[in-house]
Design a protein around this ligand. Sequence first.
Ligand SMILES: Nc1nc2c(ncn2[C@@H]2O[C@H](COP(=O)(O)OP(=O)(O)OP(=O)(O)O)[C@@H](O)[C@H]2O)c(=O)[nH]1
Length: 232
Amino acid sequence: MAAGRFPVCGRKTSGPTQTVKVVVLGQAGVGKTAMTVRFVTKRFIGDYDPTLEAIYHHRTFIDDNPVQFEVLDTAGQEENSLALEQKIRWGDAFVIVYSINDICSFEEVMRIKFLINHTKGPNTPVTLAGNKRDLELDRMVARLDGEKMADTLGCGFSEITTKESYIEVARVFEGLYARWKEQTLTKDVRCRSPKSSPKLSPRPHIRRVKNLLKSTTTGKHLDVPSFGANFC
Ligand SMILES: Nc1nc2c(ncn2[C@@H]2O[C@H](COP(=O)(O)OP(=O)(O)OP(=O)(O)O)[C@@H](O)[C@H]2O)c(=O)[nH]1
């Protein structure tokens, strides 16, 4: 059995599978593909075709609930905003990746977040990931600046090294899932509450993921040669 693949049968689950569509965004070369593949397969693979754009399917368990991640790994975002908006429209939740040794990739974060706000609204679940933490000697973006940026933009934040840590990568997706779930439940509560009622039900508590290493990976991989044809 390949690393990271576990049998699903016999596992106690509560509730139906939830599907969350995640779009991974960021400047070219920051490690979007490496991070996505790490999450899905637990492996770090050094180099990828930079033009490849793909959706990865990854089934896992979070707090014993089955979750299906559909992760769109985009090519670098040096393209025009319209093409980017089209991809953003597809997603429910977003990871914006920059590289801690590349200040330009950090400056790109604001533009991408602005586009997400514009396309999906300001309360869309987003997390910021400062990748390549292992390249400390080449650091150009202080951790504190990453944290401040995330605070300003209302995103989650973590610094990660895709190269050296699967757990750090998994936590990016765990955290994003928690944000997405919170948003979804909040929306549901708002929809169900009659306008005349002054009080909303208390927001359900979102528990942290206990152990994503227990996750189940299907790792099905679908190459997408032309984005427009698949996501409109
Ligand atoms: N040192 C180090 N290198 C990394 C890390 N993550 C990715 N890389 C390397 O960074 C380079 C770019 O990684 P990709 O995953 O292709 O980057 P990308 O953002 O998908 O690039 P595009 O497809 O061009 O948009 C590769 O050589 C990776 O091996 C990391 O955490 N540390």
